[in-house]
Write a protein that binds this ligand. Structure first.
Ligand code: FAD
Ligand code: NAP
Length: 892
């Protein structure tokens, strides 16, 4: 529909000047606003959509720059709510152009007759909640204001272009354009001297086409982006076949996936693959021309781990060098300051090759920052470039820009959203804000939004909101508001999630770093649309957890609380375990349980390489015991950590905690000797304890033979192994040695009392259950022996023990006895460091490369071991805390 016709219609609707009364006001007529209108109408709500633009389309209305296309395959970047609509529209290309996508929105608007409830050319300027009428009052810049019960901001994550931020723009006598506000009639660049400032997705899409038209193009690059060839054309056969085989199943898979496009979870970690295998995977991804593929399908550690990630960066640098002829330009185009994927990678068509053109110059702003824009062009520290046109491809005040541009948004008690968000956005689920009843944001900060296929995220949000409004109405409620507890819980969950991936390590619009003065925090939810959908559903199934609902004729309902208290990866692991519906371990019998554990461990990521892994036999209390030795790659001799595996004195062996042993070896720079002590029921109490002590003595005596540092050893253990380590320290003190420099106790068993709160609160649901612990105790130790300090070290003499580091996990039956042991040690003056791992369960810290949020705990354990051994706490190595990239990001 032409803009003029739309404008005439919109003014007709609003000329009355009186306040327009509706149930719901939606701001924005993009992907989200259109679907909202359709659903709200169907649910029976009177609705108006207010849109600043002259027609529908949102992003695709405004971004008309040369080369503008989607970068999620269009087959996936479409509405899915109506299978008929899905069938009626066929995309012409793998990545459709902006005009085609805009036509699609026009088609959707026509099909559902949406425009009649949209007021175009109408900007919402301010919004005010009135407690008495329980309605929002919206002020507009065109026609009647609006009074509504529910106010939904579908204002877009990337709809407010950033101001230029460079001195002198107003002095420039030539033409100035913003990619995000490109003129509808197009721009003639032929024969002109053009500058593009910015090399994000918009710059990278437009630069090749601008270069073809302009007499000369100068690109001003501050940060080089990673760009991947789009290989545009028809939809690729493999994806299309997959889609067509069962469209409904495909869409459903997308809804529960990580990024909103159905791809399997990659399991192989980078260090399991040879160079050739990694290259093969990379080449396949490069040829696929698909961001979601390259971001998720290379290796499992690519998004979470610096080393795994850096491999990709190097391979892409090679690709850039292969295309760009001038080595200096190639080097400048190769990103070195952020991990791949931490900043949105781009899809390109001939981007790198464009720099081989004689009419294109790259200016590296890292070496010569822009000093000013003058009447005739741009001046840097090193040169002056005369120009006819400047194109700003400088991006957006993302995620919060359009929301904050409605100012003020005043909630309860006159509180303004800008003051509530002064330190960064605070939301519950990215959908609502405490103190702002009946206000909803579609794909707001705190939701997966821009880290996903937005089509999937938008539909999920719209469905959730409209379903809630309908349910509220049916139950007689008129307001819905997030509680402060729920919101604070979500902030904590977001902070926990942010530790999972490397996004926090780059200065990007994801974190707000692109806008001077903006509070910085990772704004999108990075743990996937599927998990997020599950959480939203859980909020509902748990009685609108975290929301206060009120209505004139119904009792207030407030089911306060935090929806996620587990670490995000722990939640996933426990969810997967629950789905496996495994029989209780205690029902398997000892041998059955051992076989099960062996099988189960085969599915975990292989531990990382260490200098050397060896095995041998040592002398236990009653004969030889096997051991496994992990040696660092660094020159020795190293201090030795004697390690005792977990398994309730019944299960496991010297190899069963292999990834943890490797991790501790790498992080501490010490030899780890994992001991295969004897197990019950074949060898009941005190066999394991006596073996632990004997093995420690033997290892201390043979330290030099093992290549270790002679002198005191350290002991460590997890669960029942932590019990053995603690007991060993007491026995070594009482039996005249060996000397032990320190003890690392991870979720240790320390006492035979089962009524502490953690045994009750975490009795079931966290893998290690109360009944499993009972089974272990029964097999290992008769009731008469259970107060013996060799199995209940908390009941022993705690004086003069080596310094200790005690780690406990919040959702573990053993939590409180671990804490009690640490406190008891501290009470007798032993140096003791405690780590109470929030949101973790008994196995969390052992699940190396699965529970990523356990990394910082293991880093602290290694530091503690080093300090016990008299070494500097920090080992010089690249890890998540010390990488040069992290340092740069922090400094930047
Ligand atoms: P928008 O499309 O941004 O619509 C919001 C609307 O709200 C705008 O029309 C705006 O004018 C209006 N508005 C805002 N404030 C007010 C106000 N105060 N008063 C009145 N009206 C207001 N995502 C993908 O998943 N895949 C892609 O391939 C992809 N490509 C993109 C390409 C570009 C160039 C850009 C900029 C973004 C891209 N995105 C992509 C993200 C894209 O923004 C979303 O996919 C999606 O279009 C957002 O839809 P929306 O309705 O939420 O917001
Ligand atoms: P962007 O990714 O934020 O890129 C902006 C670019 O401008 C960056 O290179 C930035 O450098 C530079 N810049 C900003 N301010 C500058 C200044 N004052 N001086 C010099 N350089 C400056 O913005 P975008 O390219 O518009 O893309 C935004 C997002 O929209 C994308 O990430 C993507 O999600 C979406 N998008 C998608 C497509 C698609 O392919 N479908 C196309 C366009 C946009 P720094 O990095 O140093 O800040």
């Amino acid at each position: 529909m032409p803009d003029a016709a739309v404008a005439a219609r919109s003014s007709e609707a609003t000329n009355s000047g009186t306040t327009q009364q509706v149930d719901v006001a939606v701001v924005g007529a993009g992907f989200a606003g259109l679907y909202l209108l359709h659903r709200l109408r169907k649910a029976g709500f009177t609705t108006v959509v207010l849109e600043e633009a002259g027609d529908v389309g949102g992003t695709w209305y405004w971004n008309r720059y040369p080369g503008a296309r989607c970068d999620i395959q269009t087959m996936d970047y479409s509405y899915t709510f109506d299978p008929e609509l899905d069938r009626e529209w066929t995309w012409s290309e793998k990545y459709a152009t902006q005009p085609e996508i805009l036509r699609y929105f026009g088609f959707v608007a026509d099909r559902y007759d949406l425009r009649r409830d949209i007021r175009f050319n109408t900007r919402v300027k301010a919004a005010n909640w009135d407690d008495t009428s329980e309605r929002w009052q919206l002020t507009t810049d065109n026609g009647a204001d609006v009074s509504c019960r529910y106010y939904i901001m579908a204002t877009g994550c990337l709809s407010t272009p950033k101001p230029p931020e460079i001195d002198g723009v107003k002095d420039f006598k030539g033409e100035v354009y913003f990619t995000g506000r490109w003129p509808h009639d197009g721009v003639n660049l032929a024969g002109k001297r053009v500058a593009v400032i910015g090399t994000g997705s918009s710059g990278i899409q437009s630069i090749p086409l601008i270069a073809e038209q302009a007499a000369h193009l100068t690109v001003f690059q501050r940060t080089a982006s990673f760009a991947l060839p789009a290989h545009n054309g028809p939809s690729p056969d493999d994806r299309k076949t997959y889609f067509e085989a069962d469209r409904a199943a495909y869409r459903e898979q997308a809804r529960w996936s990580l990024a909103g496009v159905p791809y399997p979870q990659e399991m192989a970690v980078s260090w399991q693959l040879s160079d050739a295998e990694r290259r093969e995977r990379f080449e396949k991804a490069w040829a696929a021309g698909d961001l979601v593929h390259i971001l998720t399908q290379l290796w499992a550690d690519q998004a979470a781990d610096f080393d795994g990630n850096a491999l990709i960066g190097k391979l892409i640098h090679e690709k850039i060098r292969a295309v760009v002829k001038d080595p200096e330009t190639a080097a400048a185009l190769s990103p070195h300051d952020h991990p791949f994927g931490s900043k949105r990678p781009c899809l390109d068509t001939n981007y790198y090759a464009t720099y081989n053109r004689p009419n294109v110059t790259l200016v590296n702003l890292r070496q010569e920052p822009i000093k000013a824009i003058t009447a005739s062009g741009i001046v840097t520290d090193k040169r002056s470039v005369d120009l006819d046109v400047i194109v700003f491809a400088t991006g957006f005040d993302a995620m919060t820009g359009a929301i904050m541009a409605v100012h003020p948004i005043t909630g309860r008690a006159g509180k303004s959203l800008s003051s509530v968000w002064a330190q960064g956005p605070q939301t519950y689920l990215g959908l609502t804000v405490a103190g702002f009843p009946n206000l909803f944001m579609i794909t707001g900060p705190g939701s997966p939004s821009v880290l996903s296929n937005m089509a999937v995220s938008i539909e999920q949000h719209v469905d959730w909101v409209v379903d809630r409004l309908a349910a509220l109405r049916d139950a007689g409620f008129t307001t819905m508001e997030a509680t402060e507890t729920a919101q604070a819980g979500w902030a904590q969950h977001m902070a926990d999630c942010s530790m999972l991936t490397l996004h926090r390590m780059a200065n990007t619009w994801y974190t707000g770093a692109n806008v001077p003065g903006k509070a910085q925090t990772l704004m999108p939810y990075n743990s996937g649309v599927g998990p997020y959908r599950g959480i939203c559903n859980e909020v509902v199934s748990r009685g609108m957890l975290g929301f206060r609902l009120t209505g004139p004729n119904v009792a207030e309902q407030c089911n306060d609380g935090e929806v996620v208290r587990l670490q995000p990866d722990v939640r996933l692991v426990l969810g997967m375990l629950a789905e496996m519906n495994l029989p209780a371990i205690e029902s398997m019998g000892a041998q059955g349980a051992r076989d099960f554990l062996t099988e189960f461990n085969k599915g975990r990521p292989a531990g990382r390489p260490v200098g050397e892994v060896g095995s041998g036999a040592l002398q236990g209390a009653d004969g030889p015991l096997p051991y496994r030795l992990y040696r660092p790659a660094t020159p020795g001799p190293h201090p030795i950590v004697v390690y005792f595996h977990g398994g309730g004195w019944v299960l496991g062996d010297e190899q069963s905690d292999d990834p943890f042993c490797r991790d501790i070896c790498r992080r501490s720079g010490m030899i780890v000797v994992s001991v295969g002590y004897r197990h019950a029921p074949e060898h009941r109490f005190p066999a394991a304890a006596e073996d632990g002590y004997a093995a420690t003595r033997w290892i201390a005596e043979h330290a030099a033979d093992l290549g270790g540092r002679p002198g005191p050893v350290l002991v460590a253990g997890w669960s029942a192994g932590g019990n053995i380590a603690a007991v060993t320290c007491q026995l070594a003190r009482d039996r005249g040695g060996p000397q032990i420099a320190g003890q690392l106790l991870v979720c240790p068993v320390t006492d035979s009392t089962f009524d502490r709160p953690s045994y009750v609160d975490n009795a079931t649901g966290y893998f290690v259950t109360r009944s499993l612990m009972f089974w272990f105790w029964d097999i290992y130790c008769s009731p008469a022996d259970r107060t013996d300090p060799r199995v209940s070290p908390l009941r022993g003499n705690l004086a003069n023990l080596p310094p200790a580091f005690v780690a406990t996990c919040e959702f573990d039956p053993l939590r409180d006895e671990g804490i009690a042991y640490a406190e008891a040690l501290a009470a007798v003056g032993a140096p003791v460091e405690q780590l109470q791992a929030r949101g973790h369960f008994h196995s969390s810290l052992m699940m190396v490369d699965v529970v990523i949020t356990g990394v910082s705990a293991r880093a602290r354990m290694a530091e503690a071991l080093r300090s016990f051994a008299g070494l500097p706490r920090k080992l010089e190595q690249i890890d998540q805390d010390t990488s040069p990239i992290a340092v740069n990001a922090a400094a930047g």
